[in-house]
Every structure is written in structure tokens, then in C-alpha cells.
Design a binder for this molecule. Sequence first.
Ligand code: GLA
Length: 336
Amino acid sequence: MRRGQGRAPARVNLIGEHTDYNQGYVLPAALPYFTEVTARPGEGVEARSDIFGETRARPLGPPAGDWLDYLAGVLWALGEAGYAVPGARFTVRSTVPVGVGLASSAALEVAALKALRALYRLPIEDLELARLAQRAEAEYVGVRCGIMDQVAAALGRPGEALFLDTQNLAYRRLPLFAGTRVAVIDAGLPRRLAESGYNQRRAECAEAARLLGVASLREVEDPEAVETLPEPYRRRARHVVSENRRVLRAVAALKAGDARAFGALMVASHRSLARDFEVSTPELDRLVELALALGALGAKLTGAGFGGAVVALVPEEAFPAFARKIQAAWPGTRVY
Ligand code: GLA
């Protein structure tokens, strides 16, 4: 029988946090964990997933509030974009950690869309595919994320960073530093209030832009411009404006092979996320300090914050001892 296959990686964001919904810059990197989807012709939506250990099926229609929504959502988004497909039967296999902030839902959506593209021979480019995946997540599943995760899932390749301008989706792939490792420190921290906090920050950034008379905070280049805003808009905007500048400097450091400068920018990003954007937690702050004390060149929370994981840049030869020491200091932590 005919079938289509698609595959998409997990991502970790190296720097450029909470900038994507402000039309700013981001620098995610794909991780060597993948979601693989096989799609076969069918009506409605049916899926078997090894992540959830079950099969679910239903006719196409409104969301039901379960994991099948991600797959029903991409079928819905295809229909909205004029690619009417009758439905599909999916098989999902994945090594992407779920619930850690490594964009497992984007990997699932993008892998499913790639499988559908192959099955139904749809003339969709990767960036359009990322947009469809974001639309599925935002409008069907109902999580109002930016575009970073879906573009990283559609274009990312392990070993490279993806420098993306979310204003126009212009991107460049950049090789990561030789001799260093991008480590994820997953202490199993629950993501408390992530959704409500995320939506609140989005609204605060939109209000800051309105008060400054600009369409988005991306347009603010002079860091001084935000200092006249009332709180909390002043600090929120200060994070976004300074974070965009840090991404540009991080890209320059990456091109120059300067891992120390890059690491320092990650630390500055974390401090800004903690103090000005207020999306860190005491546990994330402690993990970042621990990583730095144990020899990381840089460390920061990754993704939305409010829990989730820390990303660290670690000299390759120091990684095994680094991972052991983190696990000794914080039992139950996974470092990968
Ligand atoms: C989540 C969202 C992304 C981005 C990050 C913060 O991961 O899905 O779009 O906004 O938070 O940088």
C-alpha cells in the first residue's frame, strides 16, 4: 500500500528566548532525537503512537483535547491552506523527550506533515510546512507559540545551529563549535504555569510595543528607548531588545569560533530571562549556577521557562565528568 514517511528532530534553543513572537532573532539547534511518522491513506484521523502506547481514531472535526489533536490539527491546517486531504492513518515512533521543553509537539507536527507531503505528493516547501505546523498548534491545538520550534523541526540538523530571523524566516545554518558539546540538563522540573505565564508575557510585549508606537519590539534597536516605559513593560521590553542583540553577537562568536564569548552571552541571556522577563525559577537558576561551577562555558534555561530544562555549552572532553557531577549534585537528573 502507498505510504509516506517523515522525520523531524527535537530542538534546544541556544539563545534568543521569547523573541520569536516579537519578530526577533533565534538560534536553536537540532538534537539527535527524532520523531518518525508513517502516513497511509485513510479517512478521518487514526494514529498508533509508541510514545503514548495506544491507538486512537476519529472522524475529522474539532479538537478533542488529546494527543491525536496534533495529527488532526495538521490535517485541518492542510485543509485550511487549500490542500484538501481525506485523512490519514499514522504510525508514530519517537525518541524525543516529552514535556521537557524540547519541542516534541513541533517534531510530531512537522514529521506528520512531511509524511503527508510524501503520501499525497503535496507541493509544499519546508518553510511553508513549518507555518502550517504552527497554525495547527496555535489555532487547532490552541497553544499560541511562536514559529521557532516548527522551523527548527522542519530545517534543523544535529551538529548545526539555525540562525533564524522570525520576521521574514530568512535563515542560515551554522556549524556548532568544534570540541564542545551542547548538553541538556533535564532535572524533571515541572513546567508550572507555563501556558498562562507564556500568554501573559506575549500580551505584555504587545503592550510594550504599543506604548512605544512600534509594530513589534523587533523594531526597537536602541536599548535606551525602553527605559521610559512603566513596569513591567520596561523590563519585559528590555529583555527582548537586549536578547535580539545577544543573538547577533552569539552568531558572530559562532562564526569566529569563540566558544567562551558565546557562553558568556548564554549566561547574560539567562540572567535577563530571570530578572527582566521573570520566566525562570529558583531551581533553574540553581542548575545554571551548578553547570557553570562545574565547568560549563555557558548555561541558560531553554524554551519558554517556568520549569523545563537547562542548556549548557561544555568542552567535549569534560562532558562525561560534567554529567556525572551534575547527577551527583542533583539526583535523578538526566544529562544528554
Ligand atoms: C516556547 C515556544 C517558542 C518560543 C519559546 C521561548 O518554546 O514554543 O515559540 O516562544 O517558548 O523562546
